[in-house]
Design a protein around this ligand. Structure first.
Ligand SMILES: Cc1cc2nc3c(=O)[nH]c(=O)nc-3n(C[C@H](O)[C@H](O)[C@H](O)COP(=O)(O)OP(=O)(O)OC[C@H]3O[C@@H](n4cnc5c(N)ncnc54)[C@H](O)[C@@H]3O)c2cc1C
Length: 436
């Protein structure tokens, strides 16, 4: 095993793999260190949407588009208070390069369908990888290996090393003893978000949010901690994507993995009557985004996810099909209807005149849970993705990509996080790969 490389990448999700693969393609000697036993990170469990403008897929569909329009539309997503904190210069720069990233990925054998619409984008911009985001990991890993890169899993980077003012290495603590790796050209932080780091969520978002989990259980904020320790300016750390309701992933692991680690609380179900079924059956009221079909409606869930969706004529039947006590479900609906009619308050003391739930068809979806999907804070970076300190000076030898190097951008809507992860990784990989 060698201990000195041109480039060291910390993290083997979308951004780290893109960086390592592109640097290796350009001729650099690359080491990628991944904390988990396997590559993937949040990228590997994502849907896979990639939003970009000025792409060949758009042109084929007769759509004229431009990054300037895309930047203007990107500012219309999500809470205005968050958009006010956006780093417009960096986001415009990113959007300029996203289409080239899609073409690079196509050259690696990936297939996309789309573009799919997502208002308030003025034209369809969402490109969906087939079959899902794991395809990014497989294609980038295979490219990295073919170009001679080295991947070490089960290797958590615990510390950055400095030679004077320059970051020039990392320390990996494994079970036996620490290993030190040196980087001749740069260390790239690509260690993902902090959605499942209760201490960081409490510090930046507020104590009361610390009980909300990240959907990716391994999103522990290591890269943010390493950047902060190196003197990085951290920006927008209080902005989180969520909490939002998401279906709980079906258990597919071995028996040991099925044992509850944190209790079974915080679970909810979504009940739709005939009126709501009709509402969530057509654009723009989709239930969620989904691999390959872009948007999933009630019928898609009933067809594709019978593990979380059941339909029936009687409330008791749908409740029984999901193992819920029918009297409890009936009482819940009756309580809601008293609230909707304005005759009773809900359990939070609110009163409202709403629409009653009833009818001849019910759909029960769940279990769901409120999760942080991701976090929007990261190290401040310049256009070369060099990490910068409080005075705006680059910390020599240190780069941050993906969720570690968000640089103050607000990437609300679907498809911009993966587009940024792979674009920022590709650009830094190319710059470091070509450096002599
Ligand atoms: C369920 C879900 C669906 C999503 N769907 C979409 C979508 O369709 N489109 C979209 O644009 N965005 C989506 N997102 C968001 C998007 O997937 C992520 O923001 C993006 O992929 C992050 O890429 P990344 O490379 O920064 O981080 P990750 O992909 O999380 O990679 C980080 C890697 O670093 C490793 N690591 C962490 N600490 C260390 C350490 N100390 N040493 C070594 N390695 C370390 C991690 O184990 C991980 O493998 C989704 C997110 C979730 C959770």
């Amino acid at each position: 095993m060698k201990y000195e490389y041109d480039v060291i990448v910390v993290g083997g999700g979308g951004s780290g793999l893109a960086c390592a693969a592109r640097a290796a393609e350009c001729g650099a000697d690359v080491l990628l260190l991944e904390k988990q036993p396997q590559l993937g990170g949040a990228t590997g469990i994502a849907i896979g949407s990639f939003t970009a403008s000025g792409t060949p897929w758009q042109r084929k569909a007769g759509i004229e588009d431009h990054p300037d329009d895309h930047e203007a539309d990107a500012a219309k997503f999500g809470p205005p208070a968050y958009q006010a904190k956006n780093n417009t210069d960096l986001r415009r720069f990113f959007l300029e390069h996203a289409a080239d990233t899609l073409q690079w990925l196509t050259g690696l054998g990936l297939v996309f369908h789309g573009p799919n619409p997502e208002p308030p984008n003025r034209v369809p911009r969402m490109h969906n990888v087939v079959p899902n985001a794991k395809a990014y990991i497989a294609a980038l890993q295979s490219r990295l290996v073919r170009c001679g890169g080295t991947i070490v899993c089960d290797a958590a980077v615990a510390e950055l090393l400095r030679d004077g003012k320059r970051i020039d290495g990392v320390v990996v603590r494994d079970r036996d003893r620490p290993a030190v790796y040196r980087a001749r050209r740069g260390v790239v932080l690509a260690a993902g978000d902090y959605a499942n780091a209760p201490d960081m969520i409490a510090r930046f978002r507020g104590e009361r949010f610390a009980v909300v989990e990240g959907i990716n259980p391994h999103a522990a904020g290591d890269g943010h901690r390493l950047a902060e320790q190196a003197g990085a300016r951290m920006v927008n750390m209080e902005i989180t994507y969520g909490p939002e309701l998401r279906f709980i992933a079906p258990p597919r692991d071995g028996f040991a993995q099925l044992l509850p680690a944190r209790g079974l609380g915080k679970i909810a179900y979504l009940l739709l009557d005939q009126r709501l079924v009709e509402r969530y059956s057509r654009w723009p009221h989709f239930l969620s985004t989904a691999p390959e079909i872009a948007y999933a409606y009630v019928a898609d869930y009933l067809r594709l996810r019978p593990d979380v969706a059941v339909a029936g004529r009687l409330l008791d039947d749908v409740a029984a099909a999901r193992g819920l006590a029918a009297p409890v479900v009936r009482e819940t609906v009756e309580r809601f209807n008293r609230f909707a009619a304005g005759t009773d308050s809900d359990e939070f003391g609110r009163r409202s005149a709403s629409i009653l739930m009833d009818g001849e068809r019910w759909v029960l979806l769940g279990p769901v849970k409120a999760y942080f999907t991701t976090t929007e804070g990261g190290a401040a970076v310049n256009r070369r993705m060099q990490v910068v300190d409080d005075r705006g000076s680059p910390i020599r030898g240190l780069y941050a990509v993906g969720q570690n190097g968000l640089g103050g951008m607000v990437l609300w809507g679907h498809g911009l996080h993966i587009a940024w992860a792979i674009t920022s990784g590709r650009l830094v990989g190319e710059a470091l790969g070509r450096q002599d």
